[in-house]
Design a protein around this ligand. Structure first.
Ligand code: DCP
Length: 229
């Protein structure tokens, strides 16, 4: 609490960081990121930015998410190029509140998804280096600051269950192997530091049932709102 300002309004105590911060929520597909963001969106003074999945589904009439899942070898590069652009757009938008929370980041797009697509043979070496050059240029020339990563660590089996339940059309055929590979990619990056982490990492166990997840979020509220792991 050292750097924090404590604002006491009536019986409510609000914790605020001493400067504006950005918290990125990371974790596998179906790990519970949206639930996390919806929960904190209820707190005043937090700007929540959901992932632009709807933009990926409609790029001037083209559903690039569906194309990527239907033929990953053909479409992974185009899809991830657009993901990288939309993430850059979000990172560089002017912050509207003291605390910004965003779903994923340009970092997980590169270190988890692009790396996985390249390793699995769905992206050629040439496509991979072009995206990597863009990524490196962005990091060198743009402000893509994150102050805390909240990593929702959820087992691939639980993610699979949740994806089946929510029935997003494009994701119907996602196999367990893909979720396992993406889980490993998140672990390699955020636990084993295979790639640089742009901020401290707070790990939350995402395997609890929904009603218990809210307690996990609340137990960690102070750390999250102060940008500490
Ligand atoms: N996706 C992708 N490449 C990225 C980011 C996302 O292929 N760089 C895909 C995976 C999913 C969809 O986009 O099919 C959305 O994935 P997320 O895990 O980012 O979001 P969810 O809505 O699945 O998150 P959660 O269920 O945790 O709320």
């Amino acid at each position: 609490l050292d750097k924090a300002q404590r604002l006491v309004t009536g019986k409510m105590t609000t914790l605020r960081p001493s400067r504006s911060i950005t918290v990125a929520i990371e974790g596998n597909i179906g790990s519970g990121k949206t639930t996390f963001l919806d929960h904190f969106a209820k707190t005043k003074g937090i700007e929540v930015i959901q992932e632009p999945v709807d933009m990926w589904r409609n790029v001037r009439g083209h559903n690039t998410l569906a194309l990527m899942y239907s033929d990953p070898k053909r479409w992974s590069f185009a899809f991830q190029s657009y993901v990288q652009l939309t993430m850059l757009d979000i990172h560089t938008r002017q912050q509207k509140a003291l605390i910004r929370m965003m779903e994923r980041s340009i970092y997980s797009a590169k270190y988890c998804f692009v790396e996985n697509m390249h390793e699995s043979g769905n992206m050629t070496d040439a496509e991979y280096v072009v995206l990597t050059e863009w990524f490196n240029w962005i990091l060198a020339n743009q402000k893509v600051q994150i102050d805390l990563i909240v990593y929702l660590k959820t087992s691939p089996e639980v993610c699979h269950q949740r994806i089946k339940q929510r029935c997003r059309e494009e994701e119907k055929a996602i196999p367990m192997d893909y979720l396992q590979a993406l889980h490993n990619a998140h672990e390699d990056w955020l636990t084993h530091k295979k790639f640089p982490t742009p901020a401290p990492v707070l790990v939350l166990d995402g395997d609890h049932k929904l009603s218990d997840m809210y307690s996990v979020f609340e137990e960690n509220r102070h750390k999250i709102l102060l940008g500490q792991n």
